[in-house]
Design a protein around this ligand. Structure first.
Ligand code: ZN
Length: 297
């Protein structure tokens, strides 16, 4: 049987990835579009899929994975919108409506991190598990959770990037979150690292780099402790540009064990496969958008 072709869109702060395929090993077309003004960006997204439909045949559905916050309540008049985005011009932008109207297919919609969690669950590092978390540490911090096979939706969606974390001894940084200052994102995002040290993470070296990695591991471990105690994940995947810091993963693993302090005493928390990079790498989000497409009809 020929695999069903779906469309996937990952809308990021600086770029949009669009692809057509059935799974990460069967991607038949893809493109990257800079994230410009909403109307122009949407026009380019639609043009890519219209071209793919005319050259390769119809799509079964399209999944959109977007930076948030998003309105995900289907009964809400603004279902399918980006809501109060700090990204200039992108507040209250309808993402689902224009795609559905222009292409006439069902459209799945969720946060980029929820989608990445779904993608890793279907094809990546969380395959076979029921409850897991995908955390991205890039310019900002966000996390998606799958609990017993399902994404968490309620009043909005989880915002684990904004968990409170204790200030680390000797760190006097004011914090970089426009809402909370010193939340996890405010202390440990790529933007926070750049503001604290005067250089982006990838330009740090020597003692500054070692200190930055130690501090990053401490804040991430503090955030992960909250996540471990709230969601009881079987695995945590961490992606995003900041994970390129040398030695970060082993240090986050040992620091998390320190802050868990032996409670509740699960050997799995100390295992090398409890905190891992995403197996799909940067494809986790677009792959997750394919899952959104496949599950929306
Ligand atoms: Zn915050």
């Amino acid at each position: 049987m020929k695999p069903v072709r779906s469309g996937a869109v990952e809308v990021g702060g600086t770029k949009v990835r669009c692809l057509v395929g059935s799974d990460p090993d069967h991607i038949v077309a893809q493109t990257r579009i800079p994230t410009g003004k909403p109307a122009e960006t949407l026009t380019q997204i639609l043009a890519f899929f219209q071209q793919e439909v005319s050259s390769g045949g119809p799509l079964a559905a399209i999944g959109i994975a977007s930076f948030g916050p998003l309105e995900l309540r289907r009964s809400h008049p603004r279902y399918g919108f980006i809501t109060t985005s700090p990204k200039p011009g992108w507040s209250y932008v309808d993402m689902v409506g224009p795609v559905r109207r222009a292409l006439g297919v069902p459209v799945g919609f969720d946060t980029d991190v929820n989608a990445a969690a779904l993608g890793e669950g279907r094809w990546g590092a969380a395959r076979g598990l029921g409850t897991f978390v995908y955390l991205t540490v890039g310019t900002g911090i966000g996390a998606g959770a799958v609990v017993e096979g399902r994404i968490i939706h309620g009043l909005g969606h989880p915002e684990m990037g904004h968990l409170s974390v204790p200030r680390q001894p000797g760190d006097h940084f004011v914090g970089h979150c426009p809402f909370h200052g010193t939340c996890l994102e405010g202390m440990a995002s790529g933007a926070a690292i750049a503001a604290r040290w005067g250089h982006p993470a990838e330009q740090l070296d020597g003692d500054k780099l070692r200190a930055a990695v130690r501090l990053e591991a401490a804040y991430l471990a503090a955030g992960l402790r909250n996540i471990v105690y709230t969601i009881a994940p079987q695995r945590i995947m961490i992606g995003g540009s900041v994970t390129g810091l040398p030695g970060l993963f082993p240090l986050v693993r040992t620091t998390l064990c320190e802050v868990l302090a032996g409670y509740p005493g699960l050997d799995e928390h100390a295992a090398g496969d409890f905190i891992v990079p995403p197996a799909l790498g940067p494809l986790a989000g677009p792959a997750g958008a394919l899952v959104l497409a496949q599950e929306c009809h």
